[in-house]
Design a protein around this ligand. Structure first.
Ligand SMILES: Nc1nc2c(ncn2[C@@H]2O[C@H](COP(=O)(O)OP(=O)(O)OP(=O)(O)O)[C@@H](O)[C@H]2O)c(=O)[nH]1
Ligand SMILES: [Mg+2]
Length: 216
């Protein structure tokens, strides 16, 4: 019985995600869903991505958090069109929350919409939002065993960003271990190693994303 209820929830979400997708296609906006644990560096990557691409692409952001406007205020201060969704306790964004945020953005003016999901390594992967690209981030501080322990997000993502490479060598995180585990479960995944702090490796990421937006 519980399984049926859950399936109903996922089906309803898929239907709204399809409608979101139609709106995105109609507006000609490429949509990226950014997922990771709390503190992995999602907002830092959004800021760096905007910095790197804002002269070439028009970018808007939806910030998903359980509470607060902290992340949205950072982006607003940088002059980025941003809508904050507070889930009020839910550990992920769903398609309906995103659809309610859309009227607050002028989609037809955007080339790229970045959705920063709620910090969580499990639940966001279960809810389609209507996005073109699922990007997940793992930071060096979290440990290289995380793909084994939380496989769902790693197996669904199109892109994995390994962040905080400036911390490599301070612990026992081995990027090769992550690459081997993740490509074993998801052979087509594209992997970037970068540091939002130092800027190392960011150029490869922004140029990949630019091409994805332009070549959709
Ligand atoms: N050393 C280091 N710290 C980083 C890097 N990227 C982000 N940080 C720091 O990590 C902390 C969390 O970064 P955020 O960008 O807020 O992380 P987040 O994933 O958006 O966090 P939530 O939205 O709360 O889930 C901040 O103190 C950042 O300055 C990095 O590449 N290296
Ligand atoms: Mg954040």
């Amino acid at each position: 019985m519980e399984i049926e209820v859950l399936e109903g929830v996922f089906d309803a979400n898929e239907e709204i995600a399809r409608k979101n997708r139609e709106r995105f296609l109609e507006a000609g906006v490429f949509v990226m869903n950014l997922m990771a644990s709390p503190g992995a560096g999602k907002t830092s990557l959004v800021m760096r991505t905007v910095e790197g691409l804002r002269d070439r692409l028009s970018i808007g952001v939806i910030e998903g958090d359980i509470a607060s406007r902290v992340d949205a205020e950072k982006l607003k201060a940088a002059g980025v069109p941003v809508v904050q969704i507070n889930t009020g306790g839910a550990c992920h964004l769903d398609a309906n929350m995103v659809s309610m945020a859309l009227p607050h953005l002028d989609l037809s003016r955007l080339d790229l919409l970045i959705i920063e999901n709620v910090g969580n390594l499990v639940c966001p992967a279960e809810f389609q939002l209507g996005e073109d690209l699922k990007v997940m981030m793992l930071s060096v501080a979290e440990g290289d065993d995380k793909p084994l322990k939380y496989p769902l997000m790693f197996s669904q993502a199109h892109v994995l960003v390994i962040n905080k490479t400036d911390l490599l060598g301070m612990g026992d995180f081995d990027p090769q271990v992550v690459r081997k585990t993740v490509t074993g479960m998801n052979p087509d995944i594209v992997i970037f190693e970068l540091s939002c702090r130092t800027g190392d490796g960011l150029e490869a990421w922004t140029s990949y994303l630019h091409d994805r937006v332009r070549c959709r």
